[in-house]
Design a binder for this molecule. Structure first.
Ligand code: UD2
Length: 290
Protein backbone atom coordinates (compact mmCIF):
# COMPACT_ATOMS: atom_id res chain seq x y z
CA UNK A 1 0.00 0.00 0.00
CA UNK A 2 2.83 2.35 0.86
CA UNK A 3 4.04 2.46 -2.77
CA UNK A 4 0.69 3.26 -4.30
CA UNK A 5 -1.23 6.54 -4.21
CA UNK A 6 -3.93 6.75 -1.55
CA UNK A 7 -6.66 6.68 -4.22
CA UNK A 8 -5.98 3.05 -5.09
CA UNK A 9 -7.28 0.12 -3.11
CA UNK A 10 -7.27 -3.34 -4.62
CA UNK A 11 -10.08 -5.79 -3.94
CA UNK A 12 -7.63 -8.23 -2.38
CA UNK A 13 -6.54 -5.55 0.11
CA UNK A 14 -9.91 -5.57 1.87
CA UNK A 15 -12.17 -8.35 0.54
CA UNK A 16 -12.15 -11.77 2.27
CA UNK A 17 -14.78 -13.85 0.44
CA UNK A 18 -13.41 -17.14 1.79
CA UNK A 19 -14.60 -16.15 5.28
CA UNK A 20 -18.20 -16.60 4.10
CA UNK A 21 -18.46 -19.88 2.13
CA UNK A 22 -22.17 -20.03 3.05
CA UNK A 23 -23.20 -17.16 0.74
CA UNK A 24 -22.62 -15.88 -2.79
CA UNK A 25 -19.82 -13.33 -2.57
CA UNK A 26 -19.11 -12.59 -6.21
CA UNK A 27 -21.14 -11.91 -9.34
CA UNK A 28 -20.55 -13.34 -12.82
CA UNK A 29 -18.79 -10.06 -13.70
CA UNK A 30 -16.57 -10.36 -10.60
CA UNK A 31 -18.16 -7.62 -8.49
CA UNK A 32 -17.95 -8.28 -4.74
CA UNK A 33 -21.14 -8.99 -2.80
CA UNK A 34 -20.50 -7.47 0.62
CA UNK A 35 -21.69 -9.55 3.59
CA UNK A 36 -20.69 -9.14 7.23
CA UNK A 37 -17.41 -11.01 7.66
CA UNK A 38 -16.21 -10.55 4.07
CA UNK A 39 -14.35 -7.30 4.56
CA UNK A 40 -11.55 -5.82 6.61
CA UNK A 41 -13.17 -2.82 8.24
CA UNK A 42 -9.77 -1.66 9.48
CA UNK A 43 -8.17 -1.52 6.00
CA UNK A 44 -11.19 0.22 4.49
CA UNK A 45 -11.60 2.79 7.26
CA UNK A 46 -7.90 3.62 7.20
CA UNK A 47 -7.93 4.03 3.41
CA UNK A 48 -10.97 6.28 3.21
CA UNK A 49 -9.98 8.36 6.23
CA UNK A 50 -6.64 9.01 4.61
CA UNK A 51 -8.50 10.13 1.49
CA UNK A 52 -10.65 12.36 3.73
CA UNK A 53 -13.79 11.50 1.81
CA UNK A 54 -17.12 13.25 2.10
CA UNK A 55 -20.19 11.13 1.53
CA UNK A 56 -23.65 12.42 0.64
CA UNK A 57 -26.82 10.65 1.71
CA UNK A 58 -29.97 11.81 -0.08
CA UNK A 59 -33.21 10.73 1.49
CA UNK A 60 -36.59 11.24 -0.17
CA UNK A 61 -39.31 12.21 2.31
CA UNK A 62 -42.22 13.99 0.71
CA UNK A 63 -45.72 14.49 2.06
CA UNK A 64 -46.60 12.55 5.20
CA UNK A 65 -43.42 10.43 4.90
CA UNK A 66 -41.44 13.34 6.39
CA UNK A 67 -43.62 13.39 9.51
CA UNK A 68 -43.82 9.66 9.89
CA UNK A 69 -40.31 8.39 9.16
CA UNK A 70 -37.70 11.13 8.69
CA UNK A 71 -36.64 11.82 12.27
CA UNK A 72 -36.08 8.16 13.10
CA UNK A 73 -34.20 7.66 9.83
CA UNK A 74 -31.89 10.62 10.43
CA UNK A 75 -31.18 9.80 14.08
CA UNK A 76 -30.28 6.22 13.19
CA UNK A 77 -28.17 7.32 10.18
CA UNK A 78 -26.36 9.88 12.31
CA UNK A 79 -25.42 7.10 14.70
CA UNK A 80 -24.52 4.30 12.27
CA UNK A 81 -23.79 5.63 8.75
CA UNK A 82 -20.09 6.10 8.02
CA UNK A 83 -19.16 7.14 11.53
CA UNK A 84 -15.89 9.04 11.61
CA UNK A 85 -16.31 10.31 8.04
CA UNK A 86 -17.74 13.56 6.79
CA UNK A 87 -21.37 13.08 5.78
CA UNK A 88 -23.86 15.48 4.25
CA UNK A 89 -27.49 14.48 4.73
CA UNK A 90 -29.53 15.90 1.87
CA UNK A 91 -33.18 15.66 2.76
CA UNK A 92 -35.52 15.98 -0.18
CA UNK A 93 -38.89 17.33 0.95
CA UNK A 94 -41.84 19.10 -0.63
CA UNK A 95 -44.19 21.87 0.43
CA UNK A 96 -46.34 19.47 2.44
CA UNK A 97 -43.46 17.98 4.42
CA UNK A 98 -42.52 19.12 7.89
CA UNK A 99 -38.92 19.09 9.09
CA UNK A 100 -37.90 17.19 12.21
CA UNK A 101 -36.13 18.82 15.13
CA UNK A 102 -32.76 17.15 14.53
CA UNK A 103 -29.21 18.37 15.07
CA UNK A 104 -26.56 16.30 13.29
CA UNK A 105 -23.50 15.34 15.29
CA UNK A 106 -19.80 16.10 14.68
CA UNK A 107 -18.65 15.82 11.01
CA UNK A 108 -22.25 15.71 9.79
CA UNK A 109 -24.19 18.42 7.98
CA UNK A 110 -27.84 18.68 7.08
CA UNK A 111 -29.08 20.29 3.85
CA UNK A 112 -32.69 20.59 2.85
CA UNK A 113 -33.51 20.17 -0.86
CA UNK A 114 -36.89 20.88 -2.40
CA UNK A 115 -38.45 18.24 -4.61
CA UNK A 116 -39.89 19.55 -7.86
CA UNK A 117 -43.46 20.71 -7.68
CA UNK A 118 -45.16 18.32 -10.01
CA UNK A 119 -48.01 20.20 -11.65
CA UNK A 120 -49.94 17.34 -13.21
CA UNK A 121 -47.27 14.78 -12.24
CA UNK A 122 -47.88 12.96 -8.98
CA UNK A 123 -45.27 10.20 -8.73
CA UNK A 124 -43.02 11.28 -5.83
CA UNK A 125 -40.06 9.37 -7.31
CA UNK A 126 -40.19 11.23 -10.61
CA UNK A 127 -40.33 14.56 -8.80
CA UNK A 128 -37.51 13.67 -6.40
CA UNK A 129 -35.29 12.23 -9.12
CA UNK A 130 -35.80 15.21 -11.39
CA UNK A 131 -34.80 17.50 -8.59
CA UNK A 132 -31.90 15.27 -7.53
CA UNK A 133 -30.46 15.42 -11.06
CA UNK A 134 -30.51 19.23 -10.97
CA UNK A 135 -28.91 19.32 -7.51
CA UNK A 136 -26.14 16.88 -8.49
CA UNK A 137 -25.25 19.06 -11.47
CA UNK A 138 -25.48 22.41 -9.67
CA UNK A 139 -23.63 21.57 -6.41
CA UNK A 140 -23.64 18.00 -5.07
CA UNK A 141 -20.97 16.79 -7.55
CA UNK A 142 -18.56 19.36 -6.06
CA UNK A 143 -19.46 18.62 -2.44
CA UNK A 144 -19.14 14.84 -2.09
CA UNK A 145 -16.97 11.97 -3.31
CA UNK A 146 -19.71 9.35 -3.00
CA UNK A 147 -23.45 9.69 -2.96
CA UNK A 148 -26.19 7.38 -1.70
CA UNK A 149 -29.88 7.74 -2.34
CA UNK A 150 -32.18 6.08 0.17
CA UNK A 151 -35.87 5.58 0.84
CA UNK A 152 -36.90 7.04 4.19
CA UNK A 153 -38.99 4.12 5.39
CA UNK A 154 -35.90 2.45 6.88
CA UNK A 155 -33.90 2.49 10.12
CA UNK A 156 -30.17 1.88 10.56
CA UNK A 157 -29.64 -0.78 13.21
CA UNK A 158 -25.85 -1.25 13.17
CA UNK A 159 -22.68 0.09 11.56
CA UNK A 160 -22.68 0.78 7.82
CA UNK A 161 -19.14 1.87 7.06
CA UNK A 162 -16.65 2.28 4.24
CA UNK A 163 -17.35 -1.26 2.99
CA UNK A 164 -20.46 0.22 1.33
CA UNK A 165 -18.50 2.75 -0.74
CA UNK A 166 -17.94 2.14 -4.43
CA UNK A 167 -18.21 3.68 -7.87
CA UNK A 168 -21.65 2.11 -8.37
CA UNK A 169 -23.38 0.21 -5.58
CA UNK A 170 -26.58 -1.84 -5.82
CA UNK A 171 -28.64 -3.40 -3.04
CA UNK A 172 -29.87 -7.01 -3.22
CA UNK A 173 -33.58 -7.07 -2.45
CA UNK A 174 -34.30 -9.05 0.73
CA UNK A 175 -37.45 -10.55 -0.77
CA UNK A 176 -35.84 -11.95 -3.90
CA UNK A 177 -32.10 -12.45 -3.53
CA UNK A 178 -30.61 -15.43 -5.29
CA UNK A 179 -33.91 -16.60 -6.76
CA UNK A 180 -34.01 -17.84 -10.34
CA UNK A 181 -34.32 -14.87 -12.69
CA UNK A 182 -37.54 -16.31 -14.21
CA UNK A 183 -39.37 -15.56 -10.99
CA UNK A 184 -38.13 -12.03 -10.43
CA UNK A 185 -40.68 -9.23 -10.74
CA UNK A 186 -38.92 -7.40 -13.58
CA UNK A 187 -40.93 -5.30 -16.02
CA UNK A 188 -42.21 -7.82 -18.56
CA UNK A 189 -44.13 -5.52 -20.91
CA UNK A 190 -42.02 -5.15 -24.08
CA UNK A 191 -43.27 -1.59 -24.65
CA UNK A 192 -41.65 -0.29 -21.47
CA UNK A 193 -38.11 1.08 -21.30
CA UNK A 194 -37.68 -1.06 -18.16
CA UNK A 195 -38.49 -4.28 -20.07
CA UNK A 196 -36.31 -7.28 -19.26
CA UNK A 197 -37.14 -10.38 -21.34
CA UNK A 198 -37.54 -13.77 -19.64
CA UNK A 199 -34.18 -15.46 -19.30
CA UNK A 200 -32.29 -12.21 -18.81
CA UNK A 201 -31.36 -10.40 -15.60
CA UNK A 202 -28.80 -10.96 -12.87
CA UNK A 203 -30.40 -10.19 -9.51
CA UNK A 204 -33.39 -8.24 -8.26
CA UNK A 205 -32.10 -4.97 -6.88
CA UNK A 206 -33.80 -2.97 -4.16
CA UNK A 207 -34.56 0.67 -4.90
CA UNK A 208 -34.31 1.55 -1.21
CA UNK A 209 -30.51 2.04 -1.45
CA UNK A 210 -28.40 3.03 -4.44
CA UNK A 211 -24.90 4.45 -4.29
CA UNK A 212 -21.88 5.47 -6.30
CA UNK A 213 -20.04 8.53 -7.45
CA UNK A 214 -22.29 11.59 -7.94
CA UNK A 215 -21.88 11.25 -11.72
CA UNK A 216 -22.90 7.59 -11.63
CA UNK A 217 -26.07 8.58 -9.76
CA UNK A 218 -26.64 11.34 -12.28
CA UNK A 219 -26.43 8.77 -15.07
CA UNK A 220 -29.04 6.61 -13.27
CA UNK A 221 -31.33 9.62 -12.75
CA UNK A 222 -31.11 10.64 -16.42
CA UNK A 223 -31.71 7.11 -17.64
CA UNK A 224 -34.72 6.75 -15.28
CA UNK A 225 -36.27 10.05 -16.43
CA UNK A 226 -35.75 9.11 -20.11
CA UNK A 227 -37.34 5.71 -19.37
CA UNK A 228 -40.35 7.36 -17.73
CA UNK A 229 -40.78 9.74 -20.70
CA UNK A 230 -40.55 6.80 -23.12
CA UNK A 231 -43.18 4.86 -21.13
CA UNK A 232 -45.54 7.84 -20.97
CA UNK A 233 -45.39 8.10 -24.76
CA UNK A 234 -46.36 4.41 -24.90
CA UNK A 235 -49.15 4.76 -22.35
CA UNK A 236 -47.22 2.78 -19.73
CA UNK A 237 -46.15 3.48 -16.17
CA UNK A 238 -43.44 1.27 -14.66
CA UNK A 239 -41.99 1.69 -11.16
CA UNK A 240 -38.68 3.31 -10.24
CA UNK A 241 -37.48 -0.05 -8.97
CA UNK A 242 -38.14 -1.76 -12.31
CA UNK A 243 -36.30 1.00 -14.20
CA UNK A 244 -33.44 0.67 -11.71
CA UNK A 245 -33.24 -3.06 -12.38
CA UNK A 246 -33.03 -2.40 -16.12
CA UNK A 247 -30.31 0.21 -15.56
CA UNK A 248 -28.17 -2.21 -13.55
CA UNK A 249 -28.71 -4.94 -16.14
CA UNK A 250 -27.16 -2.64 -18.74
CA UNK A 251 -24.60 -0.97 -16.42
CA UNK A 252 -23.36 -3.68 -14.08
CA UNK A 253 -22.84 -2.40 -10.53
CA UNK A 254 -19.27 -2.45 -9.23
CA UNK A 255 -20.39 -3.60 -5.77
CA UNK A 256 -23.46 -5.32 -4.34
CA UNK A 257 -24.68 -5.01 -0.78
CA UNK A 258 -26.14 -8.12 0.85
CA UNK A 259 -29.74 -8.09 2.11
CA UNK A 260 -28.31 -7.27 5.57
CA UNK A 261 -28.31 -3.67 4.31
CA UNK A 262 -32.05 -3.57 3.69
CA UNK A 263 -33.56 -6.37 5.70
CA UNK A 264 -37.28 -6.86 6.11
CA UNK A 265 -38.01 -7.69 9.77
CA UNK A 266 -41.26 -9.35 8.69
CA UNK A 267 -39.05 -12.32 7.69
CA UNK A 268 -37.46 -14.58 10.31
CA UNK A 269 -33.68 -14.17 10.30
CA UNK A 270 -31.84 -16.87 8.31
CA UNK A 271 -28.52 -18.06 9.75
CA UNK A 272 -26.48 -16.33 7.03
CA UNK A 273 -27.77 -12.89 8.00
CA UNK A 274 -25.53 -12.09 10.96
CA UNK A 275 -26.43 -8.44 11.49
CA UNK A 276 -29.38 -6.44 10.33
CA UNK A 277 -27.62 -3.26 9.33
CA UNK A 278 -30.67 -1.46 7.97
CA UNK A 279 -34.27 -2.56 8.47
CA UNK A 280 -37.18 -1.46 6.36
CA UNK A 281 -40.21 -0.19 8.24
CA UNK A 282 -43.50 -1.94 7.73
CA UNK A 283 -46.05 -0.15 5.61
CA UNK A 284 -49.30 0.02 7.55
CA UNK A 285 -51.63 -2.70 6.31
CA UNK A 286 -49.26 -4.21 3.72
CA UNK A 287 -47.82 -7.73 3.77
CA UNK A 288 -44.26 -8.23 2.39
CA UNK A 289 -45.55 -9.77 -0.84
CA UNK A 290 -47.76 -6.78 -1.52
C1 UD2 B 1 -42.99 -2.55 -6.22
C2 UD2 B 1 -41.87 -1.74 -5.73
O1 UD2 B 1 -41.19 -1.07 -6.47
N1 UD2 B 1 -41.65 -1.84 -4.40
C3 UD2 B 1 -40.55 -1.16 -3.75
C4 UD2 B 1 -41.02 0.14 -3.18
O2 UD2 B 1 -42.03 -0.12 -2.23
P1 UD2 B 1 -43.11 0.98 -1.83
O3 UD2 B 1 -43.74 1.52 -3.07
O4 UD2 B 1 -43.95 0.33 -0.80
O5 UD2 B 1 -42.21 2.08 -1.17
P2 UD2 B 1 -42.66 3.36 -0.35
O6 UD2 B 1 -44.12 3.63 -0.43
O7 UD2 B 1 -42.02 3.23 0.98
O8 UD2 B 1 -41.91 4.49 -1.17
C5 UD2 B 1 -40.52 4.41 -1.32
C6 UD2 B 1 -39.89 5.68 -0.82
O9 UD2 B 1 -40.34 6.79 -1.59
C7 UD2 B 1 -40.39 7.95 -0.77
N2 UD2 B 1 -41.79 8.44 -0.75
C8 UD2 B 1 -42.81 7.69 -1.23
C9 UD2 B 1 -44.10 8.17 -1.22
C10 UD2 B 1 -44.35 9.47 -0.70
O10 UD2 B 1 -45.48 9.95 -0.66
N3 UD2 B 1 -43.29 10.19 -0.24
C11 UD2 B 1 -42.03 9.72 -0.25
O11 UD2 B 1 -41.11 10.40 0.21
C12 UD2 B 1 -39.90 7.54 0.61
O12 UD2 B 1 -38.51 7.75 0.70
C13 UD2 B 1 -40.21 6.05 0.62
O13 UD2 B 1 -39.43 5.33 1.59
O14 UD2 B 1 -39.93 0.79 -2.57
C14 UD2 B 1 -39.39 0.08 -1.47
C15 UD2 B 1 -38.23 0.90 -0.93
O15 UD2 B 1 -38.61 1.55 0.22
C16 UD2 B 1 -38.94 -1.34 -1.86
O16 UD2 B 1 -37.75 -1.35 -2.53
C17 UD2 B 1 -40.01 -2.03 -2.65
O17 UD2 B 1 -39.47 -3.22 -3.21
Amino acid sequence: LRHRPAAELRLTDWFRPRERPDVTTSTAWMAPVVWEGTFSREVLERHYRRRNVTVGLVVFATGSFADEYLEQFLRSADRHFLRGHRVIFYIMVDALSSLPDFQPSHLRTLRVLRADEGGWWHDPYVLCMRSLGDHIVSHIQDEVDFLFSMAVRQVFRSAVGAEALGSSVAQLHAWWYFRGTERLPYERRPGSAAYIPLGQGDFYYDSSIVGGTPLELLSLVESYLQGVAHDVRNGLNSSYEKHLNKYFLLHKPAKLLSPEYSWDPAFSLPSHVHYVKIARQAKPGLKPWG
